[in-house]
Design a protein around this ligand. Structure first.
Ligand code: SAH
Length: 212
């Protein structure tokens, strides 16, 4: 279902805007994005925009998802953590691109639904935890890749501590309304930070994020 829509999404929204990582392009062609949406909005799944899920949250626009995944430079040796796994869509992509993917979602209803959708999308090597993930999850650390899928005022030190040497963290950092996409690489000699354009994510709510 929706195969031609997915192909168009990859061609026009991703390749034409410069996404070139073949693994990311393939994963986005293969993972059925509509499965992660409520029945009533499935026809909007492959549009060039963020789509509302439930509980006032959204799945990001396909391009921004692809950009974040490309910045993470994923491969099968990776253990990846996603904070704010929402519908489970990005987690399904991570589970294809990494060896293992762990998602944390604060809202119980979303966490439950995402487990069902992940099964439907046949995602393997994936775990969903329901709690405040704003300071990571020490039990499964260290991670070679960390993706924060909600806006942060700044990157908490506790998260950087859970990153392996040579690991990469990608997060939208800024205010509640607008952020910059930040990539942080943990080199043996220290952290290297680069910026990759503006974005607008829903806020990360919790200890290491914004107040409710
Ligand atoms: N990547 C998701 C969408 C992200 S929307 C997808 O593919 O569907 C951001 C998500 O972050 C929301 O679901 C929100 O509930 C969650 N969130 C906000 N604060 C959080 C926190 N402290 N810990 C875990 N999840 C959080």
């Amino acid at each position: 279902m929706f195969e031609s829509e997915r192909k168009q999404m990859v061609e026009f929204q991703l390749k034409r805007r410069g996404i070139s990582d073949e693994k990311v392009l393939n994963a986005m062609y293969e993972v059925p994005r509509h499965v992660f949406l409520p029945e009533t909005t499935r026809s909007m799944a492959y549009g060039d925009f963020a789509v509302p899920i439930t509980n006032n949250q959204t799945i990001s626009q396909p391009y921004i998802v692809a950009r974040m995944l490309e910045l993470l430079e994923l491969d099968k040796s990776d253990k990846a953590l996603e904070i704010g796994s929402g519908s489970g869509y990005v987690l399904a992509l991570l589970s294809r691109l990494a060896g293992k993917a762990i998602g944390i979602e604060r809202i119980p209803e979303l966490a439950e639904k995402s487990k069902k959708a992940l099964r439907e999308a046949k995602a393997s090597n994936v775990i969903v935890l329901q709690e405040d993930g704003s300071e990571g999850k020490i039990q499964y650390a260290p991670y070679s890749k960390i993706l924060v899928s909600a806006a942060l005022p700044e990157v908490p030190k506790k998260l950087l501590d859970q990153l392996k040497t040579n690991g990469v963290l990608v997060a939208p950092v800024g205010s509640r309304m607008e952020q910059k996409l930040v990539k942080i690489v943990k080199n043996p000699s220290g952290f290297k930070e680069t910026y990759h354009g503006g974005c607008a994510f829903v806020p990360l709510i919790g200890k290491g994020g914004f107040d409710l």
